[in-house]
Design a protein around this ligand. Structure first.
Ligand code: TYF
Ligand code: FE
Length: 400
C-alpha cells in the first residue's frame, strides 16, 4: 500500500492527497513491512441517549450532512443509526430503540460517547491474523456482509475500555454506508452564507486510559497494529507543573491515523483525566480533532450555533515570549484573540487550534478544531494555557 491510496470517504469528498497532506500531515513509508496496513479512518461511531437529536446537533451546529440511516423503518428494531459526513469525516450516531438494546446499556454506563473508532484497511484478514498473533481480543472475526450494493468485509478488535476498532474493507461496496443502511437526507436548511462544510478531515482521536497504563496502550498499538511512536509527548516534568496528565502519540505507518494516549498524573490538582475516568466509568475516547482549512469561519459558525469553547485569556496573546515564538501567521493575532484560537509553532511550521467544552451532559468527550500549516505536532506549546482553561472549567463543575 502506498500514499496513493485514499479511503472511500476521502475519495467521495473529492479530497486530493495534497489537500490531505495540508490538512492532517502525511508521511511516505514502506508498507511492505507493515504487519497491519491501514488506509485511514473509516468512521467514528457514537452511542448517545437520543440519536435523533444528536444528529440534528451535528447537522445544524457542526454543518455535517446526513447521508444514511438504519432503524425500525428499515428492519432494525434495536436502534436508530444515523450516518453523517463532513468532507472525509464520517460519524455514525446510534441510539437504542428496544429497551434491551446494547446501545442503551452503553449509554447508561458511559453517557454519550464513542464506541468504535473504525478504520479502513485493504486486508481485514491479514490485520486480524496479526492482531490475534499478538493476543489482541478479536470481538468479531473477519466476515462478509452483502446487500444489493455489494459486499464489505469486516472484523473488530478491542482497545481501551469498551472501545473497539472495527476494520473494514469497502473496496467491493458502493452503497451509502454499510449493508442494511438506506440513503437519507435532512430537510435542514443551512443559514445563508454558511460554508459548504466547517471541517474536512479527522486529524486525531485521543484516548484516556487509567493511571500507569499509558505505556501499555502505546505498546498495544505498536505490537498489535504496527503503529509507531510520534515525537510529541507530555512527560513527568510537564505533568507535575501544570497538566496533571502524561501523554504519548502513536500513528499508523502513513500517519493518516493518529492516537494520542493520556493517563492521569499525580499533580497539585486533580487530573482532568481522573475526572473523565470517573464520569465515563473507565477508559474511553476523550477528544476528536477535526481538521479544517478555515478555523476562523468554523469557530464563528459553531459559536453562532451555540457551541461553547474553552476561554483563552487575553494574557495569552499579550505574552511577548509567545508573540516572538509564533511570529507571523496567516491572520493578525487580534483575529485569533477575538475567537480564543491558540497558536503553536515548531520546526516544521505552525498550527491553529481551539477546544470545545464537553459536548454532552458529562464532563467527558469534547472536540478540537485544528488548522495545520506544516506543523505535525499537537500544540505542545499551548499545553499550559490549555490545561489552565480546562482546570477553570473543572473548578466550575466542582471537580477540582
Ligand atoms: O491531542 C493532543 O495531544 C492535544 C493536547 O486533555 C491535549 O490536543 C492533550 C490532552 C488534553 C487536551 C488536549
Ligand atoms: Fe488534540
Amino acid at each position: 500500500m502506498t500514499l496513493e491510496q485514499l479511503t472511500d470517504a476521502e475519495r467521495l469528498a473529492h479530497l486530493s492527497l495534497e489537500q490531505l497532506h495540508q490538512l492532517v500531515g502525511l508521511v511516505e513509508y514502506d508498507a511492505s513491512h507493515d504487519p497491519f496496513p491501514v488506509t485511514g479512518w473509516d468512521s467514528v461511531v457514537w452511542a448517545v441517549g437520543n440519536a435523533t437529536q444528536t444528529t440534528h446537533f451535528f447537522i445544524s451546529a457542526f454543518g455535517m450532512d446526513l447521508v444514511a440511516y438504519s432503524g425500525p423503518e428499515t428492519g432494525n428494531r434495536d436502534r436508530k443509526s444515523y450516518v453523517l459526513e463532513s468532507g472525509a469525516v464520517r460519524f455514525v450516531v446510534e441510539g437504542g430503540v428496544h429497551p434491551d438494546s446494547d446501545v442503551i446499556k452503553h449509554h447508561a454506563r458511559h453517557g454519550d460517547g464513542i464506541v468504535d473508532i473504525a478504520l479502513e484497511v485493504p486486508d481485514v484478514d491479514r490485520c486480524v491474523a496479526h492482531a490475534a498473533s499478538q493476543a489482541a481480543t478479536v470481538l468479531e472475526e473477519p466476515h462478509d456482509v452483502t446487500d444489493e450494493h455489494g459486499t464489505i468485509r469486516r472484523a473488530a478488535i478491542a482497545t481501551y475500555g469498551e472501545t473497539r476498532h472495527t476494520l473494514i474493507d469497502r473496496s467491493r461496496y458502493h452503497g451509502p454506508y454499510l449493508p442494511g443502511y438506506v440513503e437519507r437526507r435532512s430537510s435542514y436548511v443551512r443559514p445563508a452564507g454558511a460554508p459548504k462544510r466547517l471541517f474536512q478531515a479527522l486529524d486525531h482521536v485521543v484516548g484516556n486510559v487509567e493511571l500507569g497504563r499509558m505505556d501499555d496502550w502505546v505498546d498495544f498499538y505498536r505490537r498489535v497494529m504496527g503503529f509507531a511512536n510520534m515525537a510529541e509527548f507530555i512527560g513527568d516534568d510537564i505533568a507535575t507543573d501544570y497538566s496533571a496528565l502524561m501523554s504519548k502519540v502513536v500513528a499508523s505507518g502513513n500517519h493518516r491515523v493518529k492516537f494520542p494516549l493520556n493517563e492521569p498524573a499525580i499533580a497539585k490538582k486533580r487530573s482532568q483525566i481522573d475526572e473523565y475516568l470517573e464520569f465515563y466509568q473507565g477508559p474511553g475516547a476523550q477528544h476528536l480533532a477535526l481538521a479544517t482549512n478555515d478555523i476562523l469561519t468554523a469557530v464563528d459558525h459553531l459559536r453562532a450555533a451555540g457551541v461553547e469553547f474553552l476561554v483563552t485569556p487575553d494574557s495569552y496573546y499579550e505574552d511577548p515570549e509567545l508573540r516572538a515564538r509564533i511570529g507571523n501567521v496567516r491572520v493578525p493575532i487580534e483575529e485569533l484573540q477575538k475567537r480564543g484560537i491558540l497558536v503553536d509553532r515548531d520546526e516544521d511550521g505552525y498550527l491553529l487550534q481551539i477546544f470545545t467544552k464537553p459536548i454532552g451532559d458529562r464532563p467527558t468527550v469534547f472536540f478540537e478544531l485544528i488548522e495545520r500549516h506544516g506543523s505535525l505536532g499537537f500544540g505542545k506549546g499551548n499545553f499550559k494555557a490549555l490545561f489552565e482553561a480546562i482546570e477553570r472549567e473543572q473548578e466550575r463543575r466542582g471537580n477540582l
